[in-house]
Design a protein around this ligand. Structure first.
Ligand code: PA5
Length: 447
């Protein structure tokens, strides 16, 4: 069982030969990646990760997760970007929408922080946890990311006030670089439990490492089926031939649409649990491809919600985009609409139907409407939303992203542009070493 890309909803927007013509390039890039050649080749650690999971490390992660669960009502996870989105995506997919029981020691709530600079959020979080038993997982590969470091300073202080220095150290788990960075130094000085983000793993490709696995396991989710799913995708996406490799097929089709002038890819979901998966995907593709003046802009919509806000534009506005629809095949609920005597709301024609079936008909109807409106539609068919398919999807899109970036002619594994806002922020905050830039920026802002 695997994920299948159905491109029948895009057939009238390209010719078969366009795919055939890309096949030799896809094969060459496949070889190049397998041989660990090409731009960014020192960041290909994700490529074989599902087949080379370090069992000792995995056991250490699971043991730490048990310790966290047994001592905490809340786990606070501090991280941003690649050090945040994968775990959040997993939890949103794999945990229920509403907690069946209040958070308690043994089944902690996981709260994310350090992914923005909202003082209100941070202050309210600190108030929320101060009377609760909590642990902290701070995640930063560089160990210097401002948003994460600011949140962590507050969390560390609160933990030390509450548990004492030693007690706090036993509740803080740091996931960071093996050697470099302020967080590594601090963790060693304070004696935190640490997990390593390998050098050859960029943030956005790191969800199957302790960056993702520790918070996921601490939330009570079994890691084994996630890793089994990633391994299944690893096998399924190991073929060089794009006809037999769904990830490459997806990469090739999105390249074809890009070349035809589509500048936006809309990732569509019909299940709120997939919202953060799309956020993870946006970072994966946006950071990997948006450089050198190139790249599809990855955007995401939640349907049917956004059909009532953006649906008009998608149907009839500028023809800028194609859609990639995440279609979950197995119903997640058996909820059936009841019959109402007298049919006061006019819904009796669908009484007896599952709500999930209505959702499926909404997907099918929208798919045809958008095609008729000139939007090519790709459908990623996902058998079910389970840990196995979460792992599968992660590897599927990572592999597709590597291929896609190389087809585009960019290095899919760097992110030089991310630094620009940081330099300006540092200068405006008065960080030593940024004095000249500060003067220039202040002069521009005062104009
Ligand atoms: O993909 C990336 O490299 C970025 O999104 C980083 O993950 C993000 O900036 C966080 O960086 P760090 O883990 O160094 O704190």
């Amino acid at each position: 069982r695997g994920v299948v890309l159905d491109y029948s909803g895009a057939l009238k927007f390209f010719r078969r030969e366009e795919l055939d013509m890309l096949a030799p390039r896809v094969q060459a890039i496949h070889r190049q990646m397998a041989e660990k050649q090409g731009a960014g080749n020192d960041f290909l650690g994700w490529l074989d990760l599902p087949a080379s999971i370090d069992q000792a490390e995995l056991e250490a992660v699971k043991a730490a997760a048990v310790r966290i669960r047994e001592s905490s009502e809340v786990l606070v996870v501090a991280g941003i970007g690649g050090s945040y989105l994968g775990a959040r995506a997993a939890l949103e997919i794999l945990k229920p929408y509403f907690r069946p029981t209040p958070p308690r020691v043994g089944d902690p709530e996981v709260i994310f922080v350090g992914h923005h600079l909202s003082g209100a959020y941070l202050e309210q979080l600190l108030n929320y946890i101060k009377e609760k038993e909590f642990s902290i997982n701070v995640i930063s590969k560089s160990g210097t990311t401002t948003e994460t470091a600011v949140a962590f300073r507050f969390l560390k202080q609160l933990a030390e006030e509450k548990y004492g220095k030693k007690g706090a150290a036993a509740r803080i788990y740091a996931t960071t670089d093996r050697r470099r960075g302020a967080l590594r130094r601090l963790a060693e000085e304070e004696g935190y439990t640490t997990f390593v983000i390998p050098d050859d793993l960029g943030g956005r490709y790191s969800v199957l490492s302790p960056v993702g696995t520790l918070p996921i396991a601490a939330a009570g989710i079994d890691l084994d089926p996630i890793l089994a799913g990633a391994a299944a995708a690893y096998d399924a996406c190991s073929q060089p031939d794009l006809e037999r490799n769904q990830a490459y097929l997806y990469a090739a089709l999105r390249y074809i649409f890009y070349q035809k002038g589509k500048s936006i890819e809309l990732m569509v979901n019909y299940e709120p649990a997939l919202h953060y998966f799309a956020e993870w995907w946006k970072q994966l593709f946006g950071e990997s491809e948006g450089k050198d003046g190139k790249g599809l802009f990855p955007a995401a919509v939640d349907f049917t919600t956004d059909l009532h806000s953006l649906g008009q534009y998608i149907q009839e506005g500028r023809r800028l985009f194609f859609e990639t629809i995440l279609a979950v095949e197995q119903d997640r609920s058996a909820l059936v609409l009841p019959e109402a005597p007298g049919d006061p709301d006019g819904l009796n024609y669908i009484a007896g139907q599952r709500v999930d079936e209505m959702n499926r008909q909404a997907l099918r109807g929208t798919l045809l409407a958008h095609q008729d409106g000139g939007v090519p539609c790709l459908v990623v068919k996902i058998p079910e939303l389970s840990p196995f398919f979460f792992g599968y999807l992660v590897y599927f899109f990572e592999k597709a992203c590597g291929m896609s970036g190389y087809l585009l002619g960019v290095n899919p594994f760097d992110q030089p542009g991310v630094e620009e806002y940081k330099k300006n922020m540092f200068a405006l905050l008065g960080k030593p070493g940024f004095e000249e830039r500060r003067q220039q920026l202040l002069a521009r802002l005062e104009k």
